[in-house]
Every structure is written in structure tokens, then in C-alpha cells.
Design a protein around this ligand. Structure first.
Ligand code: TPP
Ligand code: MG
Length: 793
């Protein structure tokens, strides 16, 4: 060491060295990522992978952004962010290739077990039992998704949770979930995707709520082929957003404009902006301009078709990696030779990773091929005319890139062609079938003790002098007890806070438990759902309210694309136990009496759909969902709030078993299956039919997802031999679903004496007024007439 060097000079030299190291580390990473993009595209073009979408052109912004992503933070972005995933350690290059090949081995592809397209990363948020992990000491990547701007709504919730952790007294000591709300949600989006309503609704809500959300817009001027001028007002998202800009005495968000090739400028802006988001909970947007896309949008097309030669030329000149390289040399941080070495090493590293990932993908399949070939060969040797089988085998043997399906095809065809093939073939086929089922078909729901269907039900109990109260009062008393006992529960939505929801379920509870527990939101169903998803991901137990069932449509996209697929697409590594509370079925007119249950259950596989007949049952369903780690939708009956119900003494303990129907009236001549409000009509009809000499058994299915898992309806049908499904959805909506479940899955057709029927609403929505209702929805007389027709058949 130079004795003449002062401490100050030494420190300066060390800090310069550290700075230089960091810059070179970032450069190496950016270069590796570029190489991964280049090789990734080749893998698709040579047929090794099906589709590829890459982060080339976005590398330098992402190494800069990753510097400020701390343990405890959350990322919710899109498919361009492989560099960020590498830089934060959330993903490795071999994992990147494993995902590109769709390797279902979770040890190799832990993000989605081969279920997601490439660059859709995810880190674990919960364990196998459904318990939330320590999220404070890890970098959290929320499972990626392909729908443009689909990442926005839940980003709001991920950021909003920090606000709650900082402010809500009830959350003060949850050290593994938050460090006093210091966590920032990093959210990325492409320039064209900012045209989506999701973006604007999120921006507005974040600006109103003042949450630590940092949005990075990668502005490469195109959404596939459509240029910015068709996408964004004034051709600039930061200009278009000016009205949202926070001023001294207003809410709003901070807006920064940076250039994608300006490494130093971005580091500076990101550091400042993120710090403000973290410390002060101010949302911030970084408009990252002059981003390029060297290989075009994806492997599905070529950008020469829509970019001019001038634009392509400009993109080459302003490539962020080239610019960073020049900046390093200009600032004398490294010389050309050192950078060449780094580049060479980086290329070699990525090539090795690719080879390793491909071998890891193919080797287990090669073993399957070998075994299948041996078994089928053995069968062929016993045949007099083995030609067609041998031809099938030859195809498999000559396939240089076989897939699991190719092996299955040969095994199954040999069994089809030759009466079950051989015992050994059948055995091996069954073994692979079971293995593949585990790889490809699991985790629509939680598969451990946190599953909602695993929750032990608890019976109702009543005090001898139990009072009879209005339905809404049952819920009000229930929520009161719930908020007193569970600090993780929050309720929010339109008119939920101050007035305690439009039907008074939460009346008086905001005053009692505070504005941080029960609160109003803007009219924004999409981001109410997103807010709930993000909060649930962070270990809270949100109850997000959609004021009327008809308006669930506004929030359906994140429910379907994000929440319903979350466990499946992370192979159980992430769960968001959001409860969506809403009210529906009969009321008045086109938009307040809907019951689009077919649409709902068909778009929400992966979410429990509960259709309680009254408010006591609803409370029991909330309890069951809260005892699990899974999401659910509870649709209360709009016309049930003022109906009288007996008040149970164990409202907080009572749990309804999901997927278990209730026989609410016993009978032996016909089974009437229904749910929710319609049950009241069915019950009235059953009463009148009794007087007409027909004995009806009425079954409340209670939950549509899951549906009668113990086949209780079948047992009723065995007794009655007649069945009618009644609901107020459109024809062949949820009634067709119930019909299918009982006839096909339960084998109900074998017990029928007369043809089974469905009774539904008309295909159109009901007109306003009681006559509109009467002539559109099924009524008591409709049930009676149809039952009598069936009895006479
Ligand atoms: C809701 C939806 N619509 C359309 C698509 C098809 N699509 C995928 S990417 C894309 C363009 C996105 O452009 P941009 O947001 O600018 O991101 P970039 O790919 O340029 O980074 C489109 C239209 C989609 N994935 N989701
Ligand atoms: Mg773009």
C-alpha cells in the first residue's frame, strides 16, 4: 500500500473501485441478458421452443432499476423484464431457458413449473401448507401474466398494503410481513399498454391513495406494430399524465423522464424517485424513453415489416448496451480489452447455460423414450404383423426433440391397436399418466391443509332464547365479531366505510374499528379487485366489496386472469386469499337483478363461488374461506337483507363445508335443485305442491364451485327418479352446469324416470318493475307447472 496515500484518498480510491465494480457487474449482466435474448430467439426458430418474447433493448434500464429494489419490495411487471429478474437474483439464466423450453420440472423451472411462457417469473410467497412466508427478507416477484396491463390492478394492492402496514394499529407487530410499510411495489408496463383502462384506473387510484408504487414505462414506441401516435394522447405518456403530477399541496404522482441509454441518468432518477416512494408513500412514474427492441416484438413476426429503415438504423445507434459501453470507456472505468473479455465470458456463460438447460429438459424425456421403445419393441416381437407398430416406433426413435406427448401417443396407440398392448406397456403408461398429471394438471386449488375444502365444518348453535333479526343485522353482528377478533381482515369498496355498505352490513363498524380497517373506495371495480389481490398476496385478509353482482363484470378480468390462475401458474407458490363480497339475484331492472352465474363460474375456475340462501349461511362461508388460504366469491341475496333469521350463538365459529349441498326440504317424488334467492320461490312452490299431492325434495347446492363433491344430489335422485334444476341465470347458464355435473359426473341419468329439466330466466335481462321480473325470471307458478308436467310424464 502506498504509504503516502491519505485515508481520505484511500477511501476515495476504494469507493471508486467499488463503483467501477458495480458498473462492470451491471454491464456484464446486461450483456448476458442480451445474449440470452439472442439465443432464446434462435431456440424458437430452430423449433426447440414454441414461442419467445425477450427483454432486448431494456437491459440497461433494468440493471439500473434493480439497484434500488430491496428485500421486502415487490415487483409486478410484464414479459420484458428478464434482466431485472437476473439482476435481483430472482431468476437465473438456466431457469430462463428452462422456462423457454417449458420444462415442467420445478427444480429447474421454479417460477411456473413450465406452465408459463418465457419471462413470466415468480418467487414463492407461501409454503406448502399455505402459510405466508417471511416476505420482508426476500425479493418478491409477483407471478407474471400475459394480458397487457393485467399487472396494474394488483400492483395497486401490493403498494397499498405498505400503507396499511405503516398506519394500521392492528398490524404493528407483523415483522415478517412488513417493515413499517417501507416496501415499494415496482411495476413495469410497455408504452402501448398504457392505453388500457387498467393503467389509468390504477394511476388515478394510486394518486388518490398515495401509495408507494413505482411505475416504469418502457417506451419503445410500439405495441407490436402499432406506433405511439395511435396509442397515446400527445404521443407521450408523461405529457398525457401531467394533470396527475403531484404538487406541494396536492396528491398525485411524481413523474420523471429518462432515456433508456443513459445509465447514469437513470440511476440518479430512480434513486431519488424510489426513495420518495419508500419514505413518503408517493407514487412515482418513470417514463423511460428511447427504448429499442433489437429483435422486434416476439418470435412471431419480424419488425422489418413495420419499422422504417431509418427507425431500424436509429435503434442500432441508440442501443442501450452500446451506449453504456461507450459511457464506460469515456469515463475511463474500463478499457476496450477489459470489456471485450467481459463480453466474451458473458457469451460463453449464457451458451453453457443454454446447453445445460436443454439437456436437463430433454434427458428425462429421452429416458421415457428409451423405456417406451423397449416395451413396444417387445410387443412387436410377439406380433405376426408388426409393421404399423414398428412404423409408429420409428417415428419416436427418429424424433430428435421428443416431448412427453410423443411418448404417451406411442404407448396409447399401441394399446389401441393391440388390445391393451401388454401388461408392461399398460403399467408404464399408467405411471407416466400419473406423473404427467402431477406436472400439468395440479394446483388449480391449494393442495395442502390450507385448502378451503379441507376446512372442518362447524354446526350452528342457538341459545334457547335466540332472537330473530333482519338478515343484514346478522351480517352486521358477524362482521363486528370478525373485526374484533382478526387483525388481518380489512373491508373496502364503494359506500362500505362511512355508511357501512348500501345494505348496512358494516354499519357503525368504521367508527368502531377505524378508517384503516373498513373504508370507502372510488367507483373502480377493476382496481378494487386488484387492491384486494395485492393485499392478499402480502398476507392480509381483505374483503373487497363489489356493490352489485351486475358490476362484477368490471372486475372480472383480474379475477379470471390473475386470481383464478394464480395457484395454478405458480404451482402453488403464490396464493391470494381474497374474499370478494357482493350481492345479487332478484331486485329490479336490467342492471340490478342479474344472476350471470354461468359466466362467473366458467371464468373463475380456481376461485370458490358461494351462493348462500341467507345471511347466516353467508357468515358460515366467510368463516370457512377465512380459515383457508384460498380465494372466494360470496354472493349474498339482494332481497334477503330484510328477511328475518334466527341469530346463532356461534356466528364466528360456524363454518359451512364448501361443496356440500343442504337438503332444506325432504320429499320423495321429485328433486328440486337450486341456490340463492331462487330457493325461496322453489320452497314456496314445494309447499303448494305438497297440497297438490306432490312430495318435493329441495336441495340448496350452497356453492357452485366446488359443486356437490360428495354426490349428495345423486342420492336424492336415486330416491325420487325425477330432477329439476332451477335458477335465474340465462337458459343453459349455471343450470346447464349443474345438469352436467349431476348427469355426467355423478351418472344421474341412470336413475331417471322422466327427462330431467332446467328452469331458468329468459335469455334477455329482466325489464324494470315487478312485471318485468315476473315475465323474465322463473316464479313459483312456473315451478309448479313444470313439476306437475314432469309428474304426469
Ligand atoms: C389484453 C391483451 N391484448 C392484446 C395482447 C397481445 N399483445 C401482446 S404484447 C402487445 C403489445 C404491447 O406493447 P407494449 O405495451 O408497448 O409493450 P412492448 O411489447 O412494446 O414492450 C399486444 C397487443 C395481450 N397480450 N393482451
Ligand atoms: Mg412498446
Amino acid at each position: 500500500m502506498d504509504a503516502a496515500m491519505s485515508n481520505e484518498m484511500l477511501a476515495e480510491k476504494l469507493s471508486f473501485e467499488a463503483f467501477r465494480d458495480q458498473v462492470l457487474r451491471d454491464y456484464r449482466l446486461a450483456f448476458q441478458s442480451r445474449e440470452a435474448s439472442l439465443l432464446g430467439r434462435k431456440e424458437v426458430l430452430t423449433g426447440k421452443a414454441k414461442f419467445g418474447i425477450f427483454g432486448d433493448g431494456k437491459e440497461v434500464p433494468q440493471v439500473a432499476m434493480a439497484k434500488f429494489f430491496k428485500p421486502g419490495d415487490f415487483y409486478s411487471g410484464y414479459y420484458r423484464d428478464q434482466t431485472f429478474a437476473f439482476a435481483t437474483g430472482a431468476a437465473s439464466v438456466p431457469e430462463f431457458f428452462a422456462q423457454l423450453y417449458a420444462n415442467p420440472d420445478r427444480a429447474r423451472e421454479p417460477h411456473s413449473g413450465g406452465r408459463q411462457m418465457n419471462s413470466h417469473f415468480a418467487t414463492p410467497f407461501s409454503d406448502e401448507k399455505g402459510n405466508v412466508l417471511d416476505l420482508v427478507n426476500r425479493k418478491n416477484i409477483c407471478a407474471g401474466m400475459a394480458p397487457t396491463a393485467g399487472q396494474m390492478p394488483r400492483s395497486l394492492g401490493l403498494a397499498f398494503a405498505s400503507k396499511l402496514f405503516r398506519k394500521a394499529e392492528s398490524l404493528k407487530n407483523l415483522d415478517t410481513l412488513s417493515h413499517q410499510g417501507d416496501e415499494v411495489c415496482f411495476c413495469t408496463i410497455g408504452d402501448a399498454s398504457t392505453s388500457e383502462g387498467h393503467f389509468w384506473e390504477t394511476i388515478n387510484a394510486a394518486s388518490v391513495l398515495q401509495v408507494p408504487l413505482a411505475i416504469f414505462v418502457w417506451d419503445d414506441g410500439y405495441g407490436i406494430s402499432v406506433p405511439r401516435k395511435y396509442q397515446t394522447a400527445k404521443g407521450s405518456i408523461s405529457e398525457a399524465l401531467r394533470g396527475f403530477q403531484k404538487k406541494e399541496d396536492t396528491n398525485g404522482l411524481l413523474i420523471y423522464k429518462v432515456k433508456a441509454w443513459d445509465y447514469a441518468g437513470m440511476c440518479e432518477a430512480f434513486e431519488e424517485g424510489i426513495q420518495k416512494a419508500r419514505d413518503k408513500h408517493i407514487p412515482v412514474l418513470f417514463h423511460v424513453e428511447e427504448v429499442t427492441q433489437p429483435q422486434g416484438h416476439s418470435t412471431s413476426g419480424s419488425h422489418e415489416r413495420y419499422k422504417t429503415p431509418e427507425r431500424l438504423d436509429w435503434e442500432r445507434k441508440w442501443d442501450c448496451i452500446g451506449k453504456m459501453r461507450a459511457w464506460i470507456i469515456d469515463n475511463m472505468l474500463a478499457e476496450d480489452e477489459e470489456l471485450i473479455d467481459i463480453e466474451h465470458e458473458a457469451k460463453q456463460y449464457v451458451r453453457n447455460c443454454r446447453v445445460e438447460a436443454w439437456d436437463n429438459f430433454l434427458n428425462p424425456i429421452r429416458e421415457q423414450v428409451l423405456q417406451a421403445v423397449n416395451l413396444v419393441n417387445a410387443l412387436a416381437e410377439t406380433l405376426e404383423e408388426p409393421d404399423s407398430l414398428l412404423q409408429l416406433l420409428a417415428e419416436l426413435k427418429n424424433n430428435r426433440e421428443p416431448l412427453r406427448r410423443d411418448v404417451m401417443k406411442v404407448l396409447r396407440r399401441s394399446m389401441i391397436m393391440h388390445k391393451n398392448g401388454s401388461e408392461a406397456i399398460r403399467k408404464y403408461y399408467e405411471q407416466l399418466r400419473d406423473e404427467n398429471e402431477k406436472l400439468f394438471n395440479t394446483h388449480l386449488h391449494h393442495e395442502g391443509p390450507g385448502a378451503a375444502v379441507a376446512v372442518e365444518p362447524t354446526d350452528l348453535s342457538y341459545a334457547p332464547d335466540a332472537p330473530t333479526v333482519n338478515g343484514y343485522e346478522i351480517l352486521n353482528k358477524y362482521f363486528d365479531q370478525l373485526f374484533a377478533s382478526n387483525p388481518l381482515v380489512f373491508a373496502f369498496g364503494e359506500d362500505v366505510g362511512k355508511i357501512g355498505d348500501v345494505n348496512q352490513g358494516f354499519a357503525g363498524l368504521q367508527e368502531k374499528y377505524g378508517e384503516n380497517r373498513i373504508f370507502d373506495t372510488g367507483i373502480r371495480e377493476l382496481t378494487i379487485i386488484g387492491q384486494g389481490i395485492g393485499m392478499a398476496l402480502r398476507g392480509l385478509r381483505p374483503i373487497a366489496e363489489i356493490q352489485y353482482l351486475d358490476y362484477l363484470l368490471y372486475g372480472l378480468q383480474p379475477l379470471s386472469d390473475d386470481l383464478a390462475s394464480l395457484q395454478f401458474r405458480t404451482v402453488g407458490n403464490q396464493a391470494a386469499p381474497l374474499i370478494v363480497r357482493t350481492r345479487g339475484h332478484r331486485l329490479e331492472g336490467i342492471w340490478h337483478s342479474g344472476s350471470p352465474m354461468g359466466m362467473i363460474i366458467n371464468s373463475l375456475r380456481g376461485i370458490h363461488v358461494c351462493v348462500p340462501r341467507n345471511m347466516v349461511q353467508a357468515a358460515g362461508m366467510y368463516n370457512t374461506l377465512l380459515a383457508s388460504c384460498e380465494p372466494g366469491l360470496v354472493i349474498e341475496s339482494l332481497n334477503g337483507y330484510r328477511l328475518k333469521e334466527k341469530l346463532p350463538s356461534n356466528l364466528l365459529d360456524f363454518k359451512v363445508a364448501l361443496g356440500v349441498p343442504d337438503i332444506i326440504r325432504e320429499g320423495n317424488e321429485i328433486t328440486l335443485v337450486s341456490y340463492g334467492s331462487t330457493l325461496r320461490i322453489v320452497m314456496e312452490a314445494a309447499e303448494l305442491l305438497e297440497g297438490l299431492g306432490v312430495s318435493c325434495e329441495v336441495i340448496d347446492v350452497q356453492t357452485l364451485l366446488p359443486f356437490d363433491t360428495g354426490h349428495l344430489i345423486l342420492e336424492s335422485l336415486k330416491k325420487t327418479s325425477r330432477i329439476l334444476f332451477v335458477d335465474e341465470d340465462v337458459p343453459a347458464g349455471a343450470s346447464a352446469y349443474m345438469f352436467n355435473k349431476v348427469m355426467e359426473e355423478q351418472g344421474g341419468y341412470r336413475w331417471l324416470d322422466v327427462s330431467p329439466r332446467t328452469l331458468t330466466a329468459k335469455a334477455h335481462r329482466p325489464g324494470y318493475g315487478s312485471d318485468g321480473d315476473y315475465f323474465s325470471k322463473p316464479g313459483t307458478e312456473d315451478v309448479i307447472e313444470l313439476v306437475r308436467e314432469m309428474m304426469a310424464e
